[in-house]
Design a protein around this ligand. Structure first.
Ligand code: SAM
Ligand code: SF4
Ligand code: SF4
Length: 367
């Protein structure tokens, strides 16, 4: 667990309607990306006609820092920058240095394509932890997954630059899609054995509405682990903090740590302590939410910090999201009745719903 630095007052926990604390904040700094991963931003839905947010809609670094500091005053101790691809946001190290001054744990998730250019500046600005997404080591599969002009070598160069900049150990996220990149499991386990980096396999999720998700595309954590076990035995390790989403394992061959994020087969909603801030300043209390609380709008219309804090408090108090658990119930073979997968946003009748009633896309809300 990240300890607050000396001098940072730790407020009493803010609890949602299911007793879950507000502890982590994910901040999306852009809804744009230079990849078109099939499972996140399929090109046919995110092509040239797709309307991304206008530059003027994006929160400025000052606005992000102001909102983040309100979240910190309410108990957030960990901030992760994400997107879209966060390294597409110009001047990101400046934001890192502004957020570093809040004294929380500060991390970044990136597709790695621009990391070799920015790793030094990010580290110098105060970033300590980084997660790089990499779904395959062979070019053909990597292209099938990422649909980009970037090569595996570019991402590996980014990882090397991050290591040199002192941002290691890294976490490496691998989304596994049945029938596409199962073979990447063994390849990633072998490639990063002994590197100190933690390879984490993520079950393919039904985020957003565009990726054509099907349950039979999901390779479950158990199936993933059985592939890893063909390389090495595994011992479970305790979570490093409450709200940790990955199940952690130590390789008994001394090769380091492996993680699995079993959002579909073993949902962890009851421990979910994470809020998300979209790049235009909407607070989302679940990755699968359909609405959001327009904190950015409030901030731009002169609402004082104390009232914005109240907006966050009420959104969090009302929070009853547990989409993945409900999905699990609904997709169990014995499920007799279809389950409604709506979250607290609609039920609470929030005053500022996002346009449309569909689940928001992960690239918008921040993965
Ligand atoms: N662009 C950055 C990246 O890819 O690392 C940050 C944003 S991305 C939305 C954050 C994480 O979400 C990535 O590790 C990505 O693999 C994961 N992700 C995106 N869509 C997913 C899906 N449908 N199922 C599981 N994980 C997904
Ligand atoms: Fe871009 Fe990350 Fe989504 Fe892939 S997962 S399309 S890299 S935002
Ligand atoms: Fe948290 Fe929503 Fe995911 Fe459940 S489905 S773990 S509540 S983000």
């Amino acid at each position: 667990m990240h300890d607050p630095p000396a001098g940072r007052r730790v407020p009493p926990p803010l609890l949602d309607s299911l007793g879950r604390e507000l502890a982590d904040l994910r901040v999306s700094v852009t809804d744009r990306c230079n990849f078109r991963c099939r499972y996140c931003m399929p090109r046919e839905r995110f092509g040239s006609e797709h309307r991304f947010l206008d530059r003027s809609d994006l929160l400025s670094f000052e606005e992000i820092t102001r909102l983040a500091s309100i979240f910190v005053s309410l108990g957030v101790g960990k901030i992760r920058l994400t997107g879209g691809e966060p390294l597409l946001r110009r001047g990101l190290p400046k934001l890192v240095s502004m957020l570093a001054s809040l004294g929380t744990d500060l991390a970044l998730t990136t597709n790695g394509s621009l990391l070799s250019r920015h790793a030094d500046a990010l580290a110098a600005a105060g970033l300590r932890r980084i997660t790089v997404s990499l779904d395959a080591l062979d070019e053909e599969t990597f292209q099938q997954m990422s649909d980009s002009a970037v090569s595996v070598a570019d991402v590996l160069a980014g990882i090397t630059a991050a290591e040199r900049a002192g941002l290691s150990p890294l976490k490496l996220n691998v989304v596994v899609r049945r029938g596409l990149n199962e073979h990447a499991i063994g390849a990633m386990v072998d490639r990063f054995a002994g590197s100190g980096h933690v390879v984490r396999f993520i079950e393919y999720m039904d985020v957003g509405t565009t990726n054509g998700w099907r349950l039979d595309h999901v390779l479950t954590a158990e199936e993933i682990l059985s592939v890893v076990r063909t390389r090495t035995g595994l011992e479970p390790i305790a979570p490093d903090r409450p709200g940790e989403v990955a199940s952690r394992y130590r390789r008994i061959d001394g090769g380091g740590e492996i993680g699995v994020i079993a959002s579909v087969s073993r949902p962890f909603c009851r421990d979910c302590v994470r809020a998300r801030l979209s790049s235009d300043g909407r607070l989302h209390t679940c990755l699968f939410s359909t609405g959001g609380t327009a904190l950015g709008y409030a901030l731009r219309h002169g609402v004082p910090d104390s009232q914005i804090a109240s907006m966050i408090r009420s959104a969090w108090h009302l929070r009853d999201d547990r989409y993945s658990e409900l999905r699990s119930d609904a997709t169990r073979p014995s499920a007799a009745v279809p389950v409604t997968l709506a979250g607290s946003a609609e039920r609470a009748g929030r005053p500022t719903p996002a346009p449309g009633a569909e689940k928001v896309e992960m690239s918008y809300i921040g993965g």
